[in-house]
Design a protein around this ligand. Structure first.
Ligand code: AMP
Length: 293
């Protein structure tokens, strides 16, 4: 596996690959890799001739008071995992390489979708994400780029940005990889102490309950489902999830919402493709999860 720390180095190799007619897949990450990231690399390796994984803790997507400094970093371990998974290049630039002095251009998706869900409590987050992903797209010129469903809003935002900006890149969404008790794998899970780690399973328990309810159709008792017995009332699902999460004393709900899977605007009645997403604090650690109807 090649390690490239400069844009020039990465470009040189990728241009060579492209000249040979090879397809390139990109997996953008912030490192501290786990099985979720690895599943993206595996998907990319099976679809593409060459795979580039970026490992870059992107300062522009962190807000004030967030965990930029404490974000876990272990580049050596990341390289071992990537090599094992068959990745061809790791792109690991410095902050100065990506945002040199005088840097001033940002990609901002202005529609409402970046202001919903995580956008409400993390203003500017998706501006940072769209900016760094656009730069990574321009640096690595991939045929395909791989993103996890675990960050469902990010995936929807990237799909919109790619459409809006005419990036000639196929965006591939990959399923959420979970721990045995259902907790979505996340680099931030390392912040949890033993007690918090146990409590964190409540997110997935609430999702399982909601899925049961969704599978049973509009079996809820709210006014919403009484009004249309053939659709799934968001209010029923959200109440069920809120009750489950609230039963865990260490959990504090940031949001639990039901939205259109593409526009991310709230919906009262849910249909296949719609998204139920949540952010919950366990102690000081903010965890997100979701499922699609
Ligand atoms: P991050 O390093 O957290 O920025 O994540 C990099 C990529 O890995 C993003 O596309 C995430 O959605 C994806 N990812 C993170 N956790 C998981 C997971 N548990 N399952 C699948 N993909 C994930």
């Amino acid at each position: 596996m090649i390690t490239a720390t400069t844009i020039e180095e990465a470009r040189k190799t990728i241009k060579k690959w492209k000249a040979e007619g090879l397809t390139v897949g990109l997996v953008p990450t912030m490192g501290a890799l786990h099985d979720g990231h690895a599943s993206l690399v595996t998907a990319a390796v099976s679809d593409c001739d060459r795979v580039v994984t970026s490992v870059f803790v992107n300062p522009t997507q962190f807000g004030e008071g967030e965990d930029l400094e404490s974000y876990p970093r272990d580049f050596e371990r990341d390289c071992k995992i990537l090599e094992e998974k068959g990745c061809h290049m790791v792109f690991h630039p410095s902050v100065q390489e990506m945002y040199p002095d005088g840097y001033g251009t940002y990609v901002n998706l202005e529609s409402e979708m970046t202001k919903q869900l995580c956008g409400r409590s993390r203003p500017g987050h998706f501006r940072g994400v769209c900016t760094v992903v656009s730069k990574l797209f321009n640096i690595t010129t991939p045929d395909r780029a791989y993103f996890g469903q675990k960050d469902a809003q990010q995936l929807a935002v990237i799909r919109r940005m790619v459409k809006d900006m005419d990036f000639d890149i196929e965006i591939v969404g990959c399923p959420t990889v979970r721990e045995k008790d259902g907790l979505a794998k996340s680099s931030r899970n390392s912040y949890l102490n033993d007690e918090e780690r146990q409590a964190a399973a409540v997110l997935y328990r609430s999702i399982e309950k909601a899925k049961e309810l969704a599978a049973a159709g509009a079996s809820g008792t709210s006014e919403a489902s009484a009004a249309d017995p053939h659709s799934i009332a968001a209010a029923d699902l959200l109440k069920t999830m809120t009750d489950v999460v609230s039963s865990e004393p260490m959990a504090r709900i940031d949001y639990i919402e039901a939205v259109d899977g593409h526009t991310l605007m709230p919906k009262e009645y849910l249909a296949p493709g719609d998204l139920v997403a949540m952010a919950v604090y366990i102690g000081d650690t903010r965890l997100i999860d979701n499922f699609t109807i």
